[in-house]
Design a protein. Structure first.
Length: 233
C-alpha cells in the first residue's frame, strides 16, 4: 500500500528540490503593521500567478528516511505599498482552502486523501479558518543573495506571530515582484499540533517560499475590524 504523508502546509509555483534543512525562523509577538504615506503607490497582487509554495515531512516508525510532499497555496487578495521605487508595506490574504499537493498529481486518490486531511480540523481547519493573513511590519534593504528583509505578522487559525524572511524584490514599470528565500516555520507556533497516535512522526518544521507579482492600478479596499488595524504589543 502506498504511504500518504499527513503533514502541514501553510502561507511559489515551484516543485521544491532537496536542499539544506533550515531551523525554523524566530517568532515574536505580533507588531504594529507598516503603513504608507500620501505618496505611497498601491499595487494589487495578481492572484492568478502569486502563491506560497510549501514542503513538509514525516518519518514512519522503523524507518530512517524522511518522506515528504510539496505543493502550493494561492493568495485570495493582497496589496503592496511602493514608495520611491521600494516596498514599504503589504497586506495579504492567503486562501487556505486552495491548498494543493503537487507531487501526487499522478495518484489522484492519494492526492485527494492528503489534501483533504491537510484541510481538515487536524491541520488548517479550512471550514472554520478559510484564510490566513500576512501583514508587513518592517522592510529593510540588505546585501547578499537577497536584497530585502521583510518582517510581518503571519496569522493562521487563531495564532498570530511576527516572522522575518529574506526576498528579492524589484519594480519594473508598473509591475512589482517578490521572490523569497525558502524559510521554515514551526507549525506548532501557529496552533497546529496534530500527530498520529502511532505509525509516524510528523515533522514540526514546514518550509515555505513566496512568489508574488503585483500591478499598479485600482486596488479593492477591504474593510477590517479596528482590532486588526493595530496589534497589541
Amino acid at each position: 500500500m502506498k504511504k500518504v504523508f499527513l503533514g502541514l502546509s501553510a502561507v511559489a509555483l515551484l516543485a521544491f528540490t532537496a536542499c539544506e534543512k533550515k531551523e525554523a525562523v524566530e517568532v515574536k509577538d505580533a507588531e504594529e503593521v507598516a503603513v504608507g504615506s500620501e505618496t505611497t503607490a498601491n499595487f494589487a497582487v495578481d492572484t492568478e500567478v502569486s502563491n506560497v509554495g510549501w514542503r513538509a515531512f514525516k518519518i514512519y516508525e522503523g524507518e530512517t528516511e524522511e518522506q515528504g510532499h510539496h505543493g502550493t497555496i494561492k493568495l485570495q487578495s493582497g496589496t503592496v505599498g511602493i514608495e520611491n521605487g521600494e516596498l514599504v508595506s503589504g497586506d495579504f490574504v492567503i486562501d487556505a482552502a486552495s491548498l494543493e499537493s503537487m507531487d501526487l498529481n499522478d495518484s489522484p486518490d492519494d492526492k485527494a486523501k492528503l489534501d483533504g486531511h491537510l484541510k481538515s480540523e487536524d491541520f488548517l481547519h479550512v471550514e472554520k479558518y478559510p484564510t490566513a493573513t500576512f501583514k508587513i511590519t518592517a522592510v529593510n534593504k540588505i546585501e547578499g543573495d537577497y536584497n530585502t528583509e521583510i518582517s510581518g505578522n503571519l496569522k493562521m487559525r487563531e495564532d498570530e506571530k511576527n516572522i522575518t524572511f529574506k526576498a528579492n524584490t524589484s519594480l519594473e514599470g508598473e509591475t512589482f515582484t517578490m521572490d523569497s528565500e525558502e524559510f521554515t516555520i514551526d507549525r506548532k507556533d501557529f496552533g497546529i499540533v496534530f500527530n498520529p497516535a502511532k505509525g509516524a512522526v510528523i515533522k514540526d518544521n514546514v518550509t515555505l517560499r513566496v512568489n508574488l507579482k503585483a500591478n499598479q492600478g485600482e486596488v479593492e479596499v477591504v474593510e477590517v475590524d479596528a482590532a486588526d488595524e493595530v496589534v497589541a504589543e
